[in-house]
Design a protein around this ligand. Structure first.
Ligand SMILES: Cc1cc2nc3c(=O)[nH]c(=O)nc-3n(C[C@H](O)[C@H](O)[C@H](O)COP(=O)(O)O)c2cc1C
Length: 208
């Protein structure tokens, strides 16, 4: 079922959801498939779709993946500059700590993947690769939000990408993982627009 959200509301309220993921509620495969079908409509640099989504729902896979994810998350939380975090960063760190406790309980782990690796590639090639998978992944996250699902783009497990590839049977040399997106229904569906810098500090007209 779709939430009653205008396109602008959807775009401004699709937040990084960590604490409000309801891990006790199963997510229907058909709902996820609807989201992925919509994600497939995103633009792709290649003449054919050269990206994939790997969806992990079985508990053993999520537990093993969760261990790799936790390692990166713990290292992030423990960064020296985070010891004195305040405001928005402190809230993010708290939310990450919460997800460290629950990552393997989140019913769906989505790994967006792209064919080819970008190590040692020029910027032009890197850009084409990343910009082929990320719009699709974001479309998936928007479609999920429209259906009452929350998600968060995370890169924590990528420090152990090779181990994750072995675990999941991804051919590491040919296929690069872009993220791990935990997905679950949310506690409540009301989300607000996030804090952002004033537009005139990031928007440049005609010259920088
Ligand atoms: C490239 C990228 C990498 C990110 N990596 C992580 C991550 O590893 N772990 C995490 O918890 N959130 C991660 N995030 C989520 C950001 O922290 C989140 O988008 C930010 O807090 C803004 O959230 P908001 O839209 O709800 O304000 C990442 C986001 C992006 C775009």
């Amino acid at each position: 079922m779709l939430l009653d959200l205008s396109p602008d509301e959807l775009l401004s309220t699709t937040r990084a959801v960590r604490r409000r993921l309801d891990v006790s509620r199963p997510v229907e495969r058909e709902v996820l498939e609807e989201c992925f079908r919509l994600a497939q409509q995103a633009p792709t640099a290649s003449f054919r779709q050269n990206w994939h989504f790997l969806v992990v729902t079985e508990p053993e896979g999520r537990a093993a993946l969760g261990e790799l994810w936790r390692e990166g998350a713990r290292a992030y939380v423990a960064r020296p500059e985070h010891a004195s975090a305040t405001g928005q960063l402190a809230r993010i760190l708290d939310a990450v700590r919460h997800l460290i406790e629950h990552i393997d309980e989140v019913p769906v782990h989505v790994i967006p993947c792209i064919e080819g690796r970008t190590e040692d590639e020029p910027t032009r090639v890197q850009s084409s690769k990343w910009a082929s998978i990320i719009p699709a992944a974001w479309s998936f996250m928007l479609a999920a939000r429209a259906r009452g699902l929350g998600s968060v783009w995370t890169s924590f497990h990528l420090a152990r990408e090779r181990e994750a590839a072995e675990l999941l049977g991804i051919p590491y040399e040919q296929v690069m993982q872009a993220a791990l997106i935990p997905v679950a229904y949310t506690f409540g569906t009301d989300f607000k627009a996030g804090p952002r810098r004033p537009l005139d500090t990031v928007l440049h007209w005609d010259a920088w």
